[in-house]
Design a protein. Sequence first.
Length: 154
Amino acid sequence: MKLDATDKKLLNLIQNNAKLTNKELALKLNLSVTAVFERIKKLEREAIIKNYVTLLDKNKIDKNFVVFCHVKLAQHNIDFIKHFEKEIIKLNEVLECYHVSGDYDYILKILVKNMEEYREFMVTKLTTIKDIGSTHSTFMIGEVKNTTAFTWDF
């Protein structure tokens, strides 16, 4: 599906505030409420809009210790990859997991309360996955940019 300028403006708006009503969106886009509704339904059907979520403030839920953990598998075969990915999905502390190229096979974004909680996570959860050859952890010092929105400039 090719997105037109109105689709992109609509997506910009709802990525920043998914609670805007169709009436509010219609006013901002100079469209009818029905036209906005139909565009949103089309974007959902085409899976351009995949989900609606609530973003939490990690500081307020006491999970503001952010770790990027690089993982190298012991071997590079389909069984190790499938097993690792199946196990990593189960870990609540892992918010993101990417299969990457380079010196490591995966990069994980992990949220925990503090260093002690991270150590406990490493010892009791992550390193118990049998296919891991090695890990390397990097700790966030400060957050420069963190967004879930892809926006278009006009």
